[in-house]
Design a protein around this ligand. Structure first.
Ligand code: G
Ligand code: MN
Length: 258
């Protein structure tokens, strides 16, 4: 059956018109790949191809949790199929994290069948939707982590991401938003703001990930500040078949193996 020209959210859910791409996350100390963030694309050539539009429309249709569940499962299957190394970072709204907890037996069965160890999964709390009760979210996050998965605060410095969540949720990783990182090499203010975040990360035991790196100078500034990991077009673009190493230009900048 051919795809409708303008598929609806219901079409996407029913026929699984989702396609994951993967973007590498690398260590600034060693140049090794820590893992990949899965980013979802909707049906190609339609307005829902853009993930922001796809998930906003799903939320409007009252189907955000269903869409995120399908997105995560599609990404896990493709990640295993592609044989990618390291950890798999998946994006979730707060309601979807609560849903993982509420359906934990089903999730366990799915993970077992897909052949991925839960300690290879990092759940990123995305910041587009409001979080609801921090107390119930904290309970869900701690319970999920007790079963092996790790947890990341995404887009720190924008939207709903705030210090209260860092304190309550004790993330394994804090991903610093592109608006904070981009241009850090030439902005004293951004540099000092990130230096403060590095101090908080050391005190709290969270690892930092600098997001949205496009420039060599910003990559080097992040490494010199002691940020643990980085992600961005300079290190590798999102791709259905991503490379197994960071880009040559980023490895040269880090002066590790080319
Ligand atoms: O909110 P989150 O950080 O999960 O969003 C990731 C988005 O950022 C994806 O849409 C991805 O394509 C995009 N992205 C990844 N790296 C870069 C980058 O270096 N520059 C820009 N402008 N966007 C990026
Ligand atoms: Mn993310």
């Amino acid at each position: 059956m051919s795809r409708p020209l303008t598929p609806t959210i219901a079409d996407c859910l029913e026929h699984r018109y989702l396609r994951p791409v993967f973007q590498p996350i690398g260590s600034l100390a060693t140049g090794d790949i820590l893992g990949y963030e899965a980013l979802i694309r909707g049906p190609a050539g339609t307005p829902l191809e853009n993930p922001v539009a796809l998930f906003a429309e799903a939320a409007r249709a009252g189907a955000l949790v269903r869409m995120e569940r399908l997105a995560a499962r599609t990404a896990i299957a493709a990640f295993i199929e592609a044989g990618l190394p390291g950890k798999l970072f998946l994006n979730y709204s707060a309601d979807s994290l609560r849903d993982i907890e509420d359906t934990r037996d089903e999730v366990r069965t799915f993970l077992k069948a897909s052949g991925i160890q839960s300690d290879r999964i990092v759940l990123e709390l995305t910041e587009q939707a409001p979080l609801g009760s921090l107390e119930s979210l904290t309970k869900a996050v701690f319970s999920i982590r007790s079963r092996g998965a790790q947890f990341a605060l995404d887009d720190y410095g924008t939207g709903h991401a705030n210090l209260g969540q860092w304190i309550a949720l004790k993330p394994d990783y804090v991903k610093i938003a592109r608006v904070v990182i981009d241009g850090i090499a030439t902005s004293t203010f951004q540099h000092e703001a990130v230096r403060a975040l590095c101090k908080l990360a050391r005190l709290s035991g969270s690892k930092l990930v600098a997001e949205g790196i496009e420039r060599v100078e910003d990559l080097i500034a992040c490494r010199e500040l002691g940020i643990d990991y980085a992600q961005g077009y300079l290190l590798g673009r999102p791709s259905a078949e991503p490379p197994l190493t960071l880009s040559d230009v980023s490895l040269r900048a880090l002066r590790v193996k080319a």
